[in-house]
Every structure is written in C-alpha cells, then in structure tokens.
Design a binder for this molecule. Structure first.
Ligand code: GTP
Ligand code: MG
Length: 344
C-alpha cells in the first residue's frame, strides 16, 4: 500500500554514490585486519589441545570423534578467542545430559581446570580451561550441523580473500559497538559472516555454492547439506570485480542502513538472492521469533538468524548501521571512528 511505497521512495533517496576517495583508507583497514588474525603459534596450540582432548575422550569412547567448529575452524576467528568443540558420539543408552556429565568427569580425571557442565543451557556444554596451552573451550555434543556450516564458511573464505578481510572488520566493528551480543538481542558473529557472504554474492565476487552441482552431501536432522566444495577451482571467480575492502565495507553498511527492505526481505546465501518474508511465512511473530531482520540459515532453512532481535534491539542495530554508513561516507578518519567504543 501507500505506506510501503513511500518508504521505498525514502530508501531510494538516501542511496548515495560511494565516496570517491574511499580507497585511500584500504591500507588502514588492512592493517586492522592483520592485527586481528591469530598467529601460527596460536593455531598450533589449538591443534595441540584438540589432540590432547581427543586422546583422552577416545580412551573412554573409542568410536567418538571430536571436531573443531565455530570461529577457530571457520577462518573468521580473532586471536585469543575461545575454542568451540563438538563431540560426535553414537550412544543410544545415554541422553545428551548424561553424556555431558560423563564428559565432565573424564576431563576432571584428565587434569583440566575450571570444568563446568552447563546441562540446562539451550545447547548443553562442558566448559574447561587447559593450563598447558592457556586456552579455554566449550564442548557440545552431536551438533554436527554447526560442524558442517563451519566448513561452508571456511570454503567461502578460500574463494576470495576479500571475504575474510570484510568479515573481520565487520566483526571488529560489531564487538566495539556492542552489537555482537545475542543475549542482548543483537546478532551473532555467524550471522555477520553470512551477511558478508551475501553481499559478495550479489556483487559476483562469490558464487552460490549451494546452487552448484553438489560435491559434498550429508543429511543431518532432516536438513540436507549439499554444496560444491572444490573451492580451489573457484579461485578466480571474483577476479573481474576490483572493488577494495573499503568500498565493500561502505557497500555493506549502506545496504543495511538504507537499502535493505526490513518489511519484506530475507537474505539467503543458500540461493544467493534476496527472498521474500512472505514466501517463508516470516511476516509475523511466531513464538519468540519476531523476524525483524531476516537472515536465513544456509542449511536449517526454517531458522532465522535474526530471531534474537527484538523491537528495542532492532532500533539500536539500525542506528549503528546508519552511524557506520555515515562515517564511511563523510568522516576524515573512518578506520578510527568506526571502531570507537560504544559508551552507554
Ligand atoms: P566469535 O566467537 O564471536 O569470534 O565467533 P564464532 O564464529 O565462534 O561465532 P558464534 O559464537 O556466533 O557461533 C559459533 C558457531 O555456532 C558458528 O560458527 C556456527 O557453526 C554455529 N551456529 C549455528 N547456528 C547458529 C546460530 O543460530 N547462532 C549462533 N550464534 N551460532 C550458530
Ligand atoms: Mg565462538
């Protein structure tokens, strides 16, 4: 109706041309990226801890397997982040909670510190600290979808280096501005990376791997996870597009500040397109899912990664997108101002 079309006109008017001198800031943004990347030494420590834990757990459960997932395995992790592990175990006699409790006992006996079994969390986990490597980690059980979506993100990152650069800077902005806190109604790091992949798909810098002939295929909890994973064959995919990370960053924030249609649109990396809320029946609140910003999970397609966002946090989020867009358009020092800590 009238309301929607006048809102569209307002959006259109606010679309600006990218600042002509944006590229001069690329070295600054790239040095921020470099400062956040974990060192080889840290990655070696993560592997060492994974090996130590696998050895210990396999003594009790020889058929289990321990996987790294989340930021330490998807290639979007900062240095000094906690490690996410997933224990895959086929045990018909024990419930998930039983497994978590038993796992806590095994770790206790194996000399790990600060062990906590969080059995009542939405995703039950065991937390621990390792004194040998100084690393902390969370172990969940049989959450293989997370292991597979971790691989999807890592595979996308191999195609064009600009994805990793863009996503690191967006994550760093989100952490500085306190809009990377799901328990406060803002978005997860996983959601931000998906938003970056989507932008690069629309700009033909990344392909849509799930629309190509599948070379890896698993079905987990009724979700089919199939996509083309021979990404070494796609290294030149985005080469025709010469945009720098600064202009992509500008495009990212302008999209979310002024172009995204929050009333009607869902972003979907599964299809590489924008799809409609109407089609997914995401037009109204169902239970706790409010669908105020819609980001489709690539494999659990009924799952909106924006479901945590409520009517208060959507306002905060959109104001932060606008702030970032305006800084990238006008500020004399965008690579500094963008990350100024949020002060309540
Ligand atoms: P940081 O710890 O912030 O650096 O990032 P992270 O990549 O570890 O992200 P996050 O803690 O958001 O998510 C960890 C992993 O959980 C992701 O990589 C996904 O594999 C998985 N995951 C699957 N579904 C969801 C979801 O709805 N929300 C979140 N947060 N994670 C999900
Ligand atoms: Mg994490």
């Amino acid at each position: 109706g009238h309301h929607v079309s006048s809102q569209r006109v307002r959006f259109q008017r606010r679309i600006r041309a990218c600042r002509y001198d944006i590229d001069q800031f690329t070295p600054n943004f790239l040095s921020i990226f470099d400062s956040l990347v974990p060192s080889e030494e840290e990655i070696a420590k993560q592997k060492q801890l994974l090996a130590a834990l696998s050895r210990l757990i396999n003594k009790e459960w020889p058929n289990s397997k321990l996987y790294l997932y989340g930021s330490c395995a998807n290639s979007f992790g900062f240095s000094n982040s906690d490690i996410d592990l997933c224990l895959s175990i086929d045990n018909k006699e024990m419930s998930k909670v039983d497994i978590i409790l038993k796992l806590a006992e095994i770790l206790q006996a194996g000399n790990f510190q600060n062990i906590q079994a969080l059995t009542r969390a939405r995703v039950p986990i065991v937390k621990l600290m390792d004194q040998v490597t100084g690393l902390s980690c969370d172990i969940c059980v049989n959450n293989l979808l997370a292991v597979v979506n971790t691989k999807l993100l890592r595979d996308y990152a191999q195609i064009d280096r600009r994805l990793r650069q863009l996503a690191f800077i967006v994550k760093h902005w989100a952490k500085s501005r306190r809009v990377n806190e799901t328990y406060q109604g803002t978005l997860s790091s996983y959601a931000y990376v998906i938003m970056c992949i989507h932008l690069l798909q629309l700009r033909r810098i990344l392909p849509c791997l799930q629309e190509m002939d599948a070379t890896c295929n698993v079905t987990l909890d009724d979700n089919q996870c199939a996509y083309f994973d021979h990404v070494d064959k796609l290294k030149n995919y985005g080469a025709h597009n010469k945009e720098t990370v600064s202009s992509l960053l500008w495009a990212f924030f302008h999209y979310w500040a002024y172009q995204h249609d929050y009333m009607q649109d869902v972003i979907s990396i599964r299809t590489g397109r924008i799809i409609s809320k109407h089609m997914k029946d995401w037009t109204r609140r169902v239970g706790n899912d409010r669908h105020l910003i819609c980001i489709e999970d690539p494999f659990e397609t009924s799952h909106d990664l924006g479901r945590v966002v409520d009517k208060f946090s959507i306002k905060i989020l959109r104001e932060e997108f606008e702030r970032a867009a305006n800084i990238l358009q006008y500020d004399a020092n965008p690579s500094v101002t963008l990350f100024e800590p949020y002060m309540p």
